[in-house]
Design a protein around this ligand. Structure first.
Ligand SMILES: NC(=O)c1ccc[n+]([C@@H]2O[C@H](COP(=O)([O-])OP(=O)(O)OC[C@H]3O[C@@H](n4cnc5c(N)ncnc54)[C@H](O)[C@@H]3O)[C@@H](O)[C@H]2O)c1
Length: 361
């Protein structure tokens, strides 16, 4: 299966299949003949996928750069260690970075590729569900700063993304659910057909049944590719739709110090809040309420460590980097599979939604 991200001369394919990672040397040597490759991965993936990496090393002129595992290492220091390696080992403008990992590896390796010698090509090989349906497409690369997440980075599109769903076999359950939140999100923005698909295949996908999951991943990638093709730099408002549930989610993550709650877990709570806000502000037509109840009933809602405080959550929303001129922006659902961006929602409505969703039993 192939999806194209259409960006003129910078267009690129997203190849999606089970077991496709074994064929990476042939695929990328054809696209980049006679090049040197630097494969960036982390310690966990290097352990699980040693034989795959050995196969790549045997069939490509490539070096392995292994970074520590975890968001806490998505830093300037780790980025610099990748650049140091590339410089010390005399990689050149013609060289290619391959990012093998989840969103952390993809973002940091992508940023290294964006900045090394003013930018060299890179290929994304996502190994988490979140990276497959979200971070490996769209060209956002970044590292974190003590002041906040993803504050230093660049838009730099990959030359290719290779999605092999076999990687999901080793993904821990919480990480799977976290990525699934992003896949589920496309049900709110990807049109009625996707909305219905997610309702029908939710349980099968949660059981990691390969055919529906592959289909769900392909559909998600297609939607993300369409949005990125239309609004690469998030200037037309379309790409903002991908942040459905995220204004709430970011404040939940911040409430728990970015430590106890995974991003996608917060997104699930954020989607519940976004739907409640839609209902509160009347963007969900009365007759659609039951369709929405149906989809919300299918959300795999994770437990939170404690009940977050509504007013604190609200205040944290203003430190989100997507706040513009001090105005909060919410994505709220309208018809099944459709959502809109709203900037004029008042504080009382948001607080009321937060208090109704987050209450002690
Ligand atoms: N660039 C973008 O557009 C974009 C979009 C969304 C999120 N992000 C970023 O993505 C990051 C989160 O990504 P993530 O959820 O993939 O987390 P992650 O990269 O930290 O991976 C989660 C965990 O799973 C492990 N792992 C990865 N693949 C595995 C596999 N196949 N088997 C077993 N373990 C595996 C990792 O080592 C890690 O411990 C955040 O930094 C976020 O800011 C970027």
């Amino acid at each position: 299966m192939e999806v194209t991200v259409n960006l003129g001369q910078r267009s690129y394919p997203v190849l999606i299949d089970q077991g496709i990672a074994g064929t990476l040397p042939a695929i990328i040597s054809e696209k980049f003949p006679n090049r040197r490759f630097a494969v960036v991965t982390n310690t966990t993936i290097a352990g699980y996928y040693k034989s795959l990496i050995d196969l790549w090393e045997k069939n490509l002129d490539c070096s392995l750069i292994t970074i520590p595992d975890g968001e806490q290492y998505k830093t300037i220091d780790t980025w610099k260690s990748i650049l140091d390696f590339l410089l010390e080992n005399r990689f050149e403008r013609s060289s290619v970075v391959v990012a093998l990992g989840g969103g952390v590896v993809g973002d940091i390796a992508g940023f290294a590729a964006a900045s090394f010698l003013r930018g060299i090509p890179y290929v994304q090989v996502p190994t988490t569900l979140l990276a497959m349906v979200d971070s490996s497409i769209g060209g956002k690369t970044a590292v974190d700063h003590p002041m906040g997440k993803n504050l230093i980075g660049a838009f730099h599109q990959p030359s290719m993304t290779l999605v092999d769903t076999n990687f999901l076999a080793t993904l821990p359950h919480r990480e799977f659910i976290s990525g699934y939140a992003e896949l589920f999100k496309y049900g709110f923005i990807g049109g009625k057909d996707t909305f219905n698909f997610i309702l029908e295949e939710n349980e099968a996908m949660l059981k990691r049944e390969s055919i529906p999951l592959l289909d769900g991943i392909r559909r998600s990638i297609q939607i993300k590719a369409n949005v990125v093709s239309e609004d690469e730099f998030e200037t037309k408002g379309l790409r903002a739709l991908l942040n459905f549930g995220h204004t709430f989610a970011h404040s939940i993550e911040r409430f728990f110090n970015f430590e106890q709650v995974l991003h996608g877990e917060a997104v699930i709570w954020g989607m519940l809040c976004a739907c409640a806000l839609g209902e509160k502000t009347g963007t969900i037509p009365q007759e659609m309420r039951s369709a929405y109840k149906n989809i919300l009933d299918h959300l795999p809602v994770p437990a939170l460590p404690s009940v977050p405080d509504a007013s604190k959550l609200y205040s944290y929303m203003f430190s989100d980097k997507k706040v513009s001129s001090g105005k909060l922006r919410f994505i709220v659902p309208t018809l099944p599979g459709q959502s809109i961006v709203k900037k004029d929602i008042n504080e009382a409505d948001v607080l009321s939604v937060l208090s109704s969703i987050f209450k002690a039993d």
